[in-house]
Design a protein around this ligand. Structure first.
Ligand code: GLU
Length: 483
């Protein structure tokens, strides 16, 4: 039997990095086993659906390269793949359940249910449905239906039974039906609940492995009961380890270290960096190697090396990974990504800039960048019309011998016949000979004057790329300003 897996997000908000990890593991598992990966939208919790979320999911997955074989947008043999378009299917299953007596209408009002729950809590019992409507006779039920009383539909759970789940990651997990009680499978508005819908769809779509977040483990026994009631084979389950923050608490969607996927795309991250980072969030291929292409991940991934314990979202590691991928980009690709960022920020290549200017400026910073957006602050000196000297630069430029170097460099800049990095190097050589200063004392004053900072990338290239007019202006400003 060939592997069929699915990722089934609810469109309740942004595409979050934890969800992408689940999608990725499903995708990799399908690829590893030559199977099929399906993308389905579980939109039955209509009050929580967020406009535009579906599109964001599709864009996000396409950007990351987690492409689905069947499902939303691409279609397939089990279409439609939006649950709200599958209501007639759920209805036919519901009717079957009602006819066989495995499910029954429940007329209890919300107030009654709350009162039942509170009573159970007061008496120290696990709150679960009392079974009141289960005990109604056929005639009583029909009378209430005829009277137009709204009802939900509950699945009847036989008490006193054990439910054993063989989880690929966690091993055997046991539940008791006594802790469950009869649960709602169709709400009074006719829409199925998640625990019913998911089973029907997984059955219909012939899902062989359900790979999902650990938080769904507690739903699994209810789903197993539905499979059994329908007489359908139970798929294999794999509940992925929870994602933790740096304090080892469940990672919150609002954690400032974690951005929605669309934000990483907007900032110009290399998508494979996110994939690589997420692949290692709870899975390890063994060995020291940490950088893997999508093809390598597809070839290596399997569930037997997914850990049980929580996986810590280490933002330092993400930055490291992002930097590895960004610095490995061909310069022209990096420059293209940077130019998109510049557009978003309203920055432009100076009109008088020489051919290939942007690529050259990007080359100064690429090794230190985690994403294209980093360029905006790293390279700000190239776009400032008015320079601000940082404190260290000011202190340095107050020094007499530093000012002498700046003056000498300014003088030579004004007269320079050639404006290149090599020509700048030659000017420094001359000043070294003339003033008898070298090393830091020679270069730092000029760097501080023209960039406003005492640290930065290759000075000769920086001077070349800033252009003579800007350099002359900043050097004279540094000399005339009260620093
Ligand atoms: N719609 C569920 C969610 O977004 C999917 C759970 C499952 O994979 O069964 O969490």
């Amino acid at each position: 039997m060939s592997v069929r897996v699915r990722f089934a997000p609810s469109p309740t908000g942004h595409l979050h990095i934890g969800s992408v990890r689940t999608a990725l593991f499903n995708y990799l598992f399908a690829r590893r086993h030559g199977g099929t990966y399906i993308l389905r939208l579980e939109d039955t919790d209509v009050n929580r659906n967020v406009e535009g979320a579906e599109l964001q999911f599709l864009d996000g997955f396409r950007w990351l390269g987690i492409l689905w074989d069947e499902g939303l947008d691409v279609g397939g043999p089990h279409a439609p793949y939006r649950c709200m378009e599958r209501l007639p299917l759920y209805k036919s299953y519901t009717e079957r359940m009602l006819e066989s007596g495995l499910a029954y209408p429940c007329f209890c009002t919300d107030d009654e249910l709350v009162a039942q729950r509170e009573l159970a809590e007061q008496e120290g019992r696990v709150p679960r449905y009392s079974g009141k409507c289960y005990n109604l006779s056929k005639e009583e039920r029909q009378a209430k239906i005829d009277a137009g009383i709204p009802y939900s539909i509950r699945f009847h759970v036989e008490p006193g039974k054990r439910i054993e789940i063989e989880d690929i990651i966690r091993g055997q997990v046991t539940f008791q039906t006594d802790d469950i009680g009869d649960f709602v499978i169709v709400k009074s508005n006719g829409i199925p609940t998640y625990n019913f819908q998911v089973v029907i769809d997984d059955v219909e779509m012939e899902i062989t492995h359900v790979i999902r977040a650990e938080e769904h483990l507690s739903n699994t026994p209810r789903q197993v009961l539905v499979y059994e009631a329908l007489g359908k084979p139970v798929p294999a389950f794999a509940h992925l380890p929870i994602v933790l923050d740096e304090h080892r608490k469940k990672l919150s969607k609002r954690d400032p270290n974690v951005l929605p996927i669309a934000a990483y795309e907007k900032l110009g991250y290399v998508p494979q960096a996110i994939i690589n980072f997420l692949a290692l969030l709870g899975w390890s291929p063994g060995g020291e190697e940490e950088l893997f292409s999508m093809e390598e991940l597809c070839a290596k991934f399997d569930l037997d090396r997914v850990s049980k314990s929580g996986a810590v979202f280490d933002v330092e590691k993400l930055n490291w990974m992002a930097n590895q991928y960004f610095k490995a980009l061909p310069l022209s690709d990096a420059a293209l990504m940077v130019s998109k960022q510049m557009e978003q920020e309203g920055l432009r290549v100076p009109p008088e800039a020489p051919e290939g200017w942007l690529e050259n400026v990007v080359s100064l910073f690429q090794d230190g960048m985690t994403c294209a957006h980093d360029f905006i602050h790293l390279a700000q000196t190239f776009f400032q019309t008015h320079i601000e000297w940082e404190e260290e630069a000011r202190i340095l430029l107050r020094d007499e011998s530093a000012r002498a170097v700046v003056e000498a460099y300014l003088h030579r800049s004004r007269q320079a016949a050639e404006w290149t990095a090599d020509a700048s190097r030659a000017r420094f050589k001359e000043i070294q000979a003339e003033l008898g200063v070298k090393g830091k004392q020679l270069f730092m004053p000029v760097r501080a004057a023209v960039t406003g900072q005492v640290h930065g990338p290759d000075l000769q290239k920086t001077i070349w790329l800033l252009g003579r007019d800007v350099v002359v202006e900043r050097l004279s400003d540094a000399l005339s300003s009260t620093l």
